[in-house]
Write a protein that binds this ligand. Structure first.
Ligand SMILES: [Zn+2]
Ligand SMILES: [Zn+2]
Length: 136
């Protein structure tokens, strides 16, 4: 009986470790790994849409949405909290959360594309001072 049960450091569930240095249950290990992947992707370029992050991390959009809904993410990809379908009343498109976040998503995409297309000689210095000012 080499395998003794442990208590997960994250959720306090009992689990049987597969490695001796394991401190989280399977579910939490997976979640922490996925969260880390998402944070990494957003750290290198923020304002990415959930579709983009899904491609970059190899996770499904559903998985990213679930993590966002759980509140597991410090940085949430744009559109991750988007409902999956429109619930606007007939003839009043654009009012529900789905339509509003779709609009926000389009803005974020445009911003992301624009920031990628800025040439190094054009406005680089301005963007840097802008960024430090916003951080401070
Ligand atoms: Zn756990
Ligand atoms: Zn709608």
């Amino acid at each position: 009986m080499g395998h003794r049960e442990r208590t997960c450091r994250e959720c306090s569930e009992r689990y049987t470790p597969t490695r001796f240095d394991q401190v989280h249950c399977r579910t939490c290990s997976d979640r922490l790994r996925d969260v880390h992947l998402i944070h990494d992707t957003l750290f290198s370029s923020p304002n990415q849409s959930v579709d983009r992050v899904a491609i970059a991390t190899g996770l499904s959009i559903e998985r990213i949405r679930d993590l966002a809904a759980e509140g597991a993410l410090r940085a949430v990809p744009v559109g991750a909290d988007m409902p999956t379908e429109c619930v606007c009343p007939p003839g009043e498109t654009g009012r529900c959360a789905y339509c509003r976040s779709k609009l926000a998503l389009r803005f974020a995409e445009a911003r992301y594309e624009a920031s990628r297309h800025v040439g190094p000689k054009n406005g680089m210095r301005m963007r840097d001072t802008d960024r430090t000012r916003r951080r401070a």
